[in-house]
Write a protein that binds this ligand. Structure first.
Ligand SMILES: [Zn+2]
Length: 280
């Protein structure tokens, strides 16, 4: 289960509530060599010493990235976008067996982080933030669906100029928004009743409006319901959001028209869709 914009925001808000002012007394890294090899963890493990004796000033998220800001010009960047568990422990007993990083606070509480698949865990000084690929990608000028500047007028205008498919408009390195993945894309275009390969400039006003609405619905409902159903929050509590379309609909029928759900490849990813409601 990937942790995307809604889930990253939930975790950051909870961490912000729980961890501000806590002093990091100790840390432990385990089982990290693979992450390090693929560039998702500091090459020099000693960089994590920067965390010691620092206090947490705030925790924020943008896109899929969580940024823990410390009071000594250092940040812990947590990017669990391919999945993972970030858990807060009031007591030391019953810690998860598999972890990548454990932070022990002066008040004897703990935070553990375990990433699955790929994912970033980096200690970065403020002066080096701009060199971080994930930071540049998510803490950038590209709009987040949650930004006030993301309005229907802005979006319609933008779509009318885009002669490429809606997948590349919404997902990936050329996307006009941050934080949307292939998984969110399937859910969004099913709700908007759009053919997965339609071009932005070919959308009429009603379709562009439906797309805007669906983006907002999916992001906000995922936040309101505590994240997607496979996600667990800082307290180990499961999310309740079930996507209207996605791998969870494999072998099922469309709740609107009863057609069999089909799978099809768009822009380097498999997506599920309803061939009737999302006709080309
Ligand atoms: Zn249908």
């Amino acid at each position: 289960m990937s942790i995307e914009l809604p889930e990253a925001l939930i975790l950051a808000r909870q961490m912000n509530n729980e961890l501000i002012g806590k002093k990091i007394e100790d840390y432990e890294l385990r089982d990290y060599e693979r992450l390090q090899k693929i560039g998702f963890l500091n090459k020099n493990i000693k960089d994590f010493d920067l965390l010691l004796e620092s206090k947490i000033s705030s925790v924020i998220a943008r896109g899929n990235l969580i940024r823990m800001i410390l009071d000594n010009d250092t940040n812990l960047l947590i990017g669990p976008e391919y999945g993972g568990k970030v858990l807060y422990h009031k007591e030391i007993k019953k810690l998860p067996e598999k972890i990548h990083l454990k932070l022990a606070f002066a008040d004897k509480t703990l935070l553990t982080i375990r990433l699955t698949g790929m994912g970033a865990l980096k200690t970065v000084k403020n002066s080096d933030l701009e060199q971080s690929y994930l930071y540049q990608r998510d803490f950038s000028d590209t709009l987040s669906p949650l930004d006030e500047a993301f309005t229907i007028d802005y979006f319609q205008e933008l779509l009318s100029t885009m002669k490429r498919g809606i997948k590349s408009i919404l997902v990936g390195k050329d996307a006009v928004l941050i934080g949307l993945s292939n998984s969110a894309f399937q859910d969004i275009i099913y709700r908007a009743k759009l053919f997965p390969k339609i071009k932005g400039s070919n959308l009429n006003e009603q379709q562009g409006g439906a797309l805007f609405e669906s983006i907002n619905t999916v992001v906000n409902e995922r936040i309101r319901l505590g994240g997607k159903f496979q996600f667990v929050d800082l307290y180990g509590k499961k999310g309740h959001y079930i996507p209207a379309m996605g791998p969870n609909m494999k072998g099922k029928t469309c709740s609107e028209c009863n057609s069999g759900i089909e799978k099809f490849s768009v822009g380097g990813g498999q997506i599920y869709y309803c061939p009737h409601c999302q006709e080309g």
